[in-house]
Design a protein around this ligand. Structure first.
Ligand code: C5J
Length: 220
């Protein structure tokens, strides 16, 4: 077992049963002109975690541990996008509309791609998801079962939406979850702080959090 100095207490994982899940590090959330910005958010806030996510990917790649990237998005005909999702709010561009990085959150559009700094390499999984949680309507559960995974380490955006939703889905399925604090971000810093408190409250009711340095120290 590898033991990481984490909150609310130490997090231990067996190195043959751990996987990394990197949530939605897509141009549509992180670069100007995408879904995040059309909703009125300052996407520059999310760019601060690019070194953290890259460092976390390096830990997993150096150790040969499984890596799964997710992408939020929809089919070109929007048949997997509930009207409630497309019509919610008052964005300047809606899901499926043409933007500077192609159609917003649509499979195959440049904006749907993962940013270059975090792009998947050969042998890594990329799971496309229509919802906020990565288990809903995807093959994620089967991938984890195939690899005998029991412990999940999380990164990505945004902390309180797709990351927290996926951690809660994973928690209900019996996985032991660790969120890397400097490899996740929100458009709302106070929501990130609150989400991390919620995750580790009541004796890690959803999971643990730790900085990347603690994981790096533990595996060194
Ligand atoms: C959002 C996500 N925030 N990846 N998606 O709509 O968190």
């Amino acid at each position: 077992m590898i033991t990481v100095d984490a909150k609310p207490f130490a997090y231990s994982f067996p190195e043959d049963k751990v996987a990394l899940i990197v949530i939605d590090m897509q141009r549509d959330f992180i670069e100007p002109g995408g879904f995040g910005e059309t909703l009125g958010n300052n996407v520059a806030l999310l760019q601060a975690i690019l070194p953290g996510v890259a460092g976390l990917l390096k830990v997993f790649r150096d150790n040969g541990w499984p890596v799964i990237h997710t992408r939020e998005g929809h089919k070109p005909d929007l048949s997997d996008c509930p009207p409630a999702k497309r019509l919610r709010g008052n964005p300047s561009l809606r899901i499926g509309d043409d933007g500077p990085m192609g159609r917003i959150l649509i499979h195959g559009s440049p904006g749907h791609d993962i940013v270059a700094e975090c792009a998947a390499i050969e042998g890594e999984y990329v799971v496309d998801k229509p919802g906020k949680g990565a288990f809903y309507a995807t093959e994620l559960g089967e991938i984890l079962k195939k690899h005998g995974i029991t412990h999940l380490i999380f990164a990505g955006v945004t902390t309180e939406v797709c990351v927290q939703t996926t951690m809660r889905e994973a928690n209900d399925r019996g996985y032991e979850n660790l969120l890397i604090e400097d490899a996740t971000e929100s458009y709302f810093p106070e929501f990130k702080a609150a989400a991390m408190e919620m995750i580790r409250a009541q004796g890690a009711i959803v999971g643990w959090t730790a900085p990347l340095a603690s994981l790096e120290d533990a595996v060194a």
